[in-house]
Write a protein that binds this ligand. Structure first.
Ligand code: NAD
Length: 262
């Protein structure tokens, strides 16, 4: 199937590694022009890796999605280099692990800024350009924790529901501008973030890494965690003109982990 992404301009935030990087890479393989950002120097290396494998045009920028000025700079640089913006993928790092008892008010405020307000700011800055695109789309990356709370992750379990509410609302409000707005709810997908979460669980339970992984896998009907590439394939399809009538969908990519009917 032709995803019709050739020449489209795509911004994927928080993309120096993990799900964001894999998604940007897959867009580049499909012929899109890609902008990626993250806080660390690793972003330049990620941009080089993607460009040298795919021969796509890739712009890597250091930026913190919790900072309004950084977001404005990224959107302006995107439009300056590529002349517009067709697809926005809002991603951010995950919040610290912990239970309600472990988590103070400052941590709650920081997590709202990281997960919810970053998406609000990005979408507000990107909207004027998305409205000018022939095939505009927004994808928010949230979590399977919005369907089923994950143990020891109170911040993700709570605040990502705000991003779901935002995504659903925008899928209604922006339809008249032809902008499709969807979310992917990843389940366990092996990235550095997951490695850190497993380390946090080990510190609490005293179990080995192998035992923690086996316990997670046992709850996934497919019997394993996903790979970032499996996530990216779905993300790229959902944002592509090939999915032109898909709007307001909260799509689980979790190996069947969430077993509820809705
Ligand atoms: P990761 O830790 O592997 O990568 C996170 C990326 O975000 C990195 O590139 C990092 O530099 C960047 N980043 C972090 N804070 C940033 C900031 N303030 N500004 C800009 N960039 C920033 O994480 P991942 O596994 O790829 O997960 C991506 C998102 O999906 C996270 O929010 C995570 O919680 C969520 N998620 C992941 C899984 C999973 O199994 N991997 C499951 C559910 C939800």
């Amino acid at each position: 199937m032709d995803l019709r992404l050739s020449g489209k301009v795509v911004l994927v935030t928080a993309a120096s590694k993990g799900l964001g990087k894999a998604t940007a890479w897959q867009f580049a393989r499909e012929g899109a022009k890609v902008v990626i950002c993250a806080r660390s120097e690793l972003i330049n290396q990620a941009a080089q890796e993607i460009a040298s494998e795919t021969h796509a045009e890739v712009l890597g920028l250091r930026a913190d999605v919790t900072q309004q000025a950084d977001i404005e700079r990224v959107i302006n640089a995107t439009v300056e280099k590529f002349g517009g913006l067709d697809i926005l993928v809002t991603n951010a790092g995950g919040p610290p692990a912990g239970t309600f008892a472990d988590t103070d008010l400052g941590m709650w405020e920081a997590a709202v800024n990281l997960m919810l307000l970053s998406a609000v700011r990005l979408i507000k800055c990107a909207l004027p350009y998305l409205k000018q695109s022939a095939n505009p789309a927004i994808l928010t990356i949230t979590s399977n924790s919005t369907k089923q709370p994950v143990q020891n992750l109170v911040l993700s379990n709570s605040i990502r529901l705000g991003v779901i509410g935002l995504t659903k609302t925008l899928s209604q409000e922006l339809g008249s501008d032809r902008i499709r707005v969807n979310s992917i709810l990843p389940g366990w997908t092996y990235t550095q973030r997951v490695d850190e979460l497993i380390n946090a669980r080990m510190a609490k339970t005293g179990q080995t890494k192998a035992a923690e992984i086996a316990q997670i896998n046992a709850n996934i009907p497919l019997g394993r965690m996903g790979t970032p590439e499996e996530f990216a394939n779905v993300a790229v399809f959902l944002c592509s003109p090939a999915a032109s009538f898909v709007n307001g969908v909260m799509l689980q990519v979790d190996g069947g982990l969430h077993s509820g009917t809705f």
